[in-house]
Design a protein around this ligand. Structure first.
Ligand code: XIL
Length: 370
């Protein structure tokens, strides 16, 4: 499998005849992009992106280049995209993203090597054949994927969402114990997170290896329980010498749940105390059930919630902030069943609106970084 390299990427961009970056919407003004403001704060700002968006949406492409220093493929580094059939790998979507990132001097992070979603149809049955087959599949996936991306991705979500959702959470998931019941856990046992980290480390000793999860932000009993579960997993992994470098906090925030800085900062500081780096990896904001009467009021409320969270995360030691999309355009918050609003209203949970105009939420990022 030929490796993906940024030099090839730059050539690829020219070869692809990619139109010059589109015009950045004038409304963004000519002030510094969030990537610049974040750097001035000693932080990094980025966004999830899809290859098709970069290929087909010149205005979004230009905005992403201006605002983001770090990109995470929303789809292109997941199993169902990378290995749709056993032994057949497809890096074409990732190559597109790498090409554009090279032109915009952006870095990438990988998401994700082990997850119970985005599994191609062949994978769960194969995992169920037993631990030896499951381990060989994971080892081969990591060998090919980490080997192919070695020059362009240096930071991976190795395991995504391993913690079981406690009772009371949106989608309570049975354990047993702290870990979610998934095809990976059933195939490889309760130490599968440690095994996945060791396999990734064995493939590339310079990678930053992250465990990424959600639902650990709010000031609710179940979020507190999930924080405790994640802390127990981290302690157990580190006590066993597992190569865990960082924790990703997805931060799919929901305004219907209260947020209080103190418990969240204490949680982050406890993770930092274990020597772990911290990243906000997928931030977006779902508005409360009862919406304010005007778009302006709604956007101001989202911005205030955003700024409170960002300031707490910064105080807790987070220095990498990714949103799960810069714009309300194409957001999973609007399209995803079980995530989109029951009343059909399109939630406004990203820094830019559908027309790529900056919203108060972007100003909240600027203030928090500023
Ligand atoms: C989501 C994507 O945004 C959707 O387009 C896709 O259909 C499902 O996955 N947590 C994660 C992300 O770790 O990978 C998910 O992304 C959102 C929740």
């Amino acid at each position: 499998m030929a490796g993906i390299t940024r030099r090839a990427a730059a050539a690829g961009l020219a070869a692809a005849g990619c139109a010059p970056a589109g015009r950045v919407p004038a409304q963004t003004g000519d002030g510094p992009g969030l990537r610049v403001l974040a750097r001035a704060r000693g932080a990094v700002f980025g966004t999830a992106i899809r290859a098709v968006q970069l290929r087909e949406d010149a205005a979004l492409r230009a905005l992403v280049a201006r605002e983001a220093e770090l990109l995470v493929p929303e789809w292109e580094t997941k199993w169902d995209t990378l290995q749709p059939q056993e032994g057949r790998f497809d890096f074409s979507g990732l190559q597109d993203i790498v090409n554009h990132a090279a032109a915009a001097n952006q870095r990438l992070r990988g998401h994700t090597l082990v997850w119970h979603e985005a599994m191609p149809p062949w994978l769960a049955p194969a995992l169920a054949e037993g631990p030896a087959r499951a381990q060989r599949l994971l080892e081969e996936h990591c060998r090919v994927v980490l080997g192919t991306t070695v020059t362009v991705i240096r930071d991976w979500d190795v395991v995504n969402e391993p913690i079981a959702n406690p009772p009371g959470a949106d989608h309570p998931a049975p354990g047993p114990g702290d870990l979610r019941d998934t095809p990976w856990r059933r195939a490889l046992g309760p130490d599968y997170v440690e095994l996945a980290l060791r396999i990734a480390r064995q493939q590339d000793c310079t990678l930053r290896l992250t465990v990424n999860d959600y639902g650990v932000e709010a000031d609710t009993p179940w979020a507190a329980d999930k924080r405790a579960r994640l802390l127990r997993l981290c302690r157990r992994l580190l006590e066993r010498g597992a190569p865990l470098d960082a924790i990703g906090i997805q931060a799919h925030l929901q305004m219907r749940h209260p947020f209080r800085a103190e418990p969240f900062i204490a949680f982050l500081q406890e993770l930092r105390g274990m020597g772990l780096a911290l990243a906000v990896t997928e931030m977006d904001v779902r508005e409360p059930d009862a919406l304010a009467p005007t778009l302006e009021a709604r956007d101001e409320a989202v911005a205030a919630f955003t700024e409170t969270f960002l300031r707490a995360a910064l105080e807790g030691g987070v220095r990498s902030f990714l949103v799960w999309g810069l714009s309300d355009r194409d957001s999973w918050l609007v399209s995803m069943p079980g995530v989109r609003r029951w009343d059909g209203v399109a939630t406004r949970g990203h820094p830019f609106d559908e027309q790529l105009r900056p919203k108060p939420m972007r100003a909240a990022f600027a203030r928090a970084f500023g």
